[in-house]
Design a protein around this ligand. Structure first.
Ligand SMILES: Nc1ncnc2c1ncn2[C@@H]1O[C@H](COP(=O)(O)OP(=O)(O)OP(=O)(O)O)[C@@H](O)[C@H]1O
Ligand SMILES: [Mg+2]
Length: 264
């Protein structure tokens, strides 16, 4: 792992520190975060109204959207500090930082199996396109891929993922194959039926129990209240509250700005 600077105390699990981060579109500030740490708890929920800046924040962490200013760093448990905001976006998986997508646009021309082989190769090799056709990738990863496909009930791995739900699950399996140490999930269960939502929660819990830090954005608040150790509330570009699920759920500001009166 590349250490750009050395920090004094290493956290127990990977954390991401966001300092002085500002992002504007057409002169309108959409993310403005003074100093926030993600990953202090194993599974953190990031909630807030539409347009609060949740997806943009995740894209800024992945460096798939450029910051206007500020610094985003990964603090690995092994010590040191990786300044993510000075890395190119395709280096993130090498540092263990992986994100699922709110809107899935990939996979249209690849079968279920081929897209997952590509993901497995991306996690392992520097130039995945050069070894994509090699049988070694398949041999090395086939058991793991089969395990996840069976778990999520994909009938035929040589078929194309058709529904939005299948693409969503495929994207989650892609993330798992990349062996994240810090996983960002942007609405992973949106559009999924209850049984598959439960399965996504199972894999997230397993991952967190094995030491991965998980941050999950969801509007399905049952997922947030059931899954998360801590919840961060974002509004108008800033994280304005954080706390345990029960305290966030009943907080006046969260009710006023997001949940609405009558929410239980
Ligand atoms: N590429 C872009 N160009 C212009 N404006 C953008 C762009 N991406 C996001 N925005 C704006 O930034 C604001 C924050 O958007 P973002 O997608 O981060 O919100 P969100 O909290 O993820 O919302 P949702 O819960 O609906 O997914 C919104 O007002 C959005 O319109
Ligand atoms: Mg979003």
């Amino acid at each position: 792992m590349v250490a750009d600077t050395v920090s004094a105390v290493a956290p127990a699990r990977p954390q991401i520190r966001i300092q002085g981060v500002v992002k504007s579109y057409a002169g309108r500030v959409v993310v403005n975060i003074d100093d926030t740490v993600l990953g202090a708890s194993p599974i953190e929920g990031l909630i807030g109204p539409n347009g609060a800046g949740k997806t943009t924040l995740m894209r800024l962490i992945m460096h798939s959207t450029a910051l206007d200013r500020g610094t985003i760093s990964l603090l690995p448990p092994t010590g040191g500090e990786v300044v993510l905001s000075s890395q190119s976006s395709n280096r993130m998986a090498h540092h263990g930082v992986v994100k699922s997508n709110q809107v899935i646009m990939d996979f249209d021309r690849l079968t279920v199996l081929d897209s997952l082989l590509l993901a497995a190769a991306e996690g392992t090799y520097e130039q995945p396109h050069r070894i994509f056709s090699e049988k070694t990738v398949y041999r090395r990863h086939k058991d793991e891929i089969r395990h996840y496909l069976d778990f999520f009930g994909f009938a035929d791995p040589t078929a194309f993922a058709l529904s939005a739900g299948e693409k969503k699950l495929l994207d989650i399996v892609r993330c798992l194959l990349l062996k994240p140490t810090f996983l960002l999930l942007d609405e992973p269960t949106a559009g999924l039926p209850e049984d598959l939502t439960d399965k996504v929660m199972v894999v997230v819990r397993e991952l967190a129990a094995a030491g991965t830090s998980v941050v999950i954005v969801e509007h399905d608040l049952n997922v947030i209240w059931n899954l998360c150790d801590e919840v961060l509330f974002m509004a108008e570009g800033s994280v304005i509250l954080r706390g345990d699920p029960q305290s966030i759920r009943s907080h006046r500001t969260v009710v006023e700005k997001y949940l609405g009166e009558g929410h239980v």
